[in-house]
Ligand binder design. Structure first.
Ligand code: HEC
Length: 161
């Protein structure tokens, strides 16, 4: 028997997987995320029916059965293909059935896309910044003591009586 085995560098393999247009997998995943309506439930701010997927990759997810799981490729894959297997704690299970809609390439693209989402901490930080940052240092320690003026007023009125 004669067969032909094509060995590819990982990068070439990814390019091959992503099809003739050479689109990166994550970009393809982003398209699928819209097309398969994942985006309608997985809003980045967490206000959708599903949890925000931003930063979920590589984090520890608490499951409804009380255990925890590391969100790696396998977990993301499972969440897409067999969502009932591991349910995220505190969130009602979804009824959307995705498996029939994506092929292997689609699943890989979605995983790559989810991996590429920035962690929430990185996104939230700029939002917090506009709040007045408490000044630190010795000057603050002295001015931050409102007890001073109050006791002065008291003693002043005492003196007046
Ligand atoms: C009808 C709403 C809905 C749609 C559509 C949907 N999901 Fe979800 N998804 C959920 C809910 C709810 C959960 C949490 C409960 C669970 O674990 O099943 C979840 C969980 C997940 C998780 C695990 C998240 C975590 O924090 O551990 C991943 C990954 C995921 N979905 C990916 C997808 C992808 C990719 C698609 C599109 C192909 C999709 N989902 C479509 C509602 C949805």
């Amino acid at each position: 028997m004669i067969g032909r085995v094509v060995v590819m560098e990982p990068r070439d393999y990814q390019a091959w997987l992503s099809g003739s247009d050479g689109q990166p997998l994550a970009a393809r995943g982003q398209q699928l995320f819209q097309q398969l309506a994942c985006v309608t439930c997985h809003l980045n701010d967490g206000t959708g029916r599903g949890p925000s997927l931003a930063g979920v990759y590589g984090s520890k997810v608490e499951l409804a059965n009380g255990t925890g799981v590391m969100a790696d490729d396998g977990y993301i894959r499972e969440s897409i293909l067999t969502p009932q297997m591991k349910l995220v704690s505190g969130i009602p299970a979804r009824d959307a059935d995705v498996p029939g809609l994506v092929n292997e390439e689609g699943v890989m693209s979605l995983i790559e896309y989810i991996k590429s989402l920035p962690a929430p901490a990185a996104r939230r930080r700029p939002r917090r910044r506009p709040r007045r940052a408490p000044p630190r240092g010795s000057t603050m320690t002295t001015t931050a003591l409102p007890a001073g003026p109050i006791s002065i007023t008291n003693s002043a009125s005492n003196r007046g009586c």
